[in-house]
Design a protein around this ligand. Structure first.
Ligand code: DX5
Ligand code: ZN
Length: 220
């Protein structure tokens, strides 16, 4: 599958969010990564369905990848589907009924995925490989942008890539946290095919040049 670059808008200038999202898409990004934090499941508070809808109303047509760092999970899912989410991922520890939550996301017409924190074991995937469209491995502890990539994620990516191959399904393997030009090559080699990058893109002056260099590194 074509590698996808998904800038995390957590590091964008929120006062100019529509323009910022337009700018990264014009700079070559594929997907908008939308971090939802509730100051309960994670120690930070960000944005909700209203902001997702505002981006759609502004004219953003690219897929919006909603990363839910909230607990409980289910109640907010229909609101995000209604607001224009394309993909909705959640942390299995934050859901009482993981299978039901996956089903709910699909019923709402979105693609569904599980997010595994750095210390969350892969066995959460055991009985859902036929039900996930995306598996997102956190390469930092969720809550903040600008943290350093945790190297043990590379082995975890290799293990999940094997599971995806064995499943015979086209499941996206997404990685989130500390992804930069300097490490994206080895992350791709370990099996990721969807790359979230917040600070590495939004803290740069030239978004297009960072995204282009990331693609070159992935292909190298
Ligand atoms: C962290 C978020 C990430 C974060 C990535 O909880 O899920 O999406 O914004 O930011 P960087 O790329 O700066 O690590
Ligand atoms: Zn995220």
């Amino acid at each position: 599958m074509k590698p996808l670059i998904a800038p995390s808008i957590l590091s964008a200038d929120f006062a100019r969010l529509g323009e910022e999202v337009d700018a990264v898409l014009n700079a070559g990004a594929d997907v908008v990564h939308f971090d939802v934090m509730d100051n309960h499941y994670v120690p930070n508070l960000t944005i909700g369905p209203m902001v997702c809808k505002a981006l759609r109303d502004y004219g953003i047509e690219a897929p919006i990848d909603v990363h839910l760092m909230v607990k409980p999970v289910d109640r907010i899912i229909p609101d995000f589907a209604e607001a224009g989410a394309s993909i909705i991922t959640f942390h299995p520890e934050a859901s009482d009924h993981v299978d039901r939550t996956l089903q709910l996301i699909h019923e709402q017409g979105c693609q569904a995925g599980l997010v595994l924190n750095p210390a969350t074991p892969l066995h959460y995937l055991d009985h859902v490989m036929d039900k996930v469209d995306v598996i997102l491995l956190m390469s930092v502890n969720p809550g903040f942008g600008g943290q350093s990539f945790i190297p043990s994620t590379l082995d975890k990516l290799r293990a999940v890539r094997k599971r995806i191959k064995a499943s015979g399904r086209d499941i996206r393997l997404e990685v989130d946290g500390g992804v930069k030009v300097s490490n994206i090559g080895e992350i791709a080699e370990a099996g990721a095919d969807m790359f979230v990058a917040g600070s590495a893109i939004f803290n740069a002056d030239d978004y297009a040049s960072v995204i282009r260099t990331m693609r070159d590194e992935i292909a190298a």
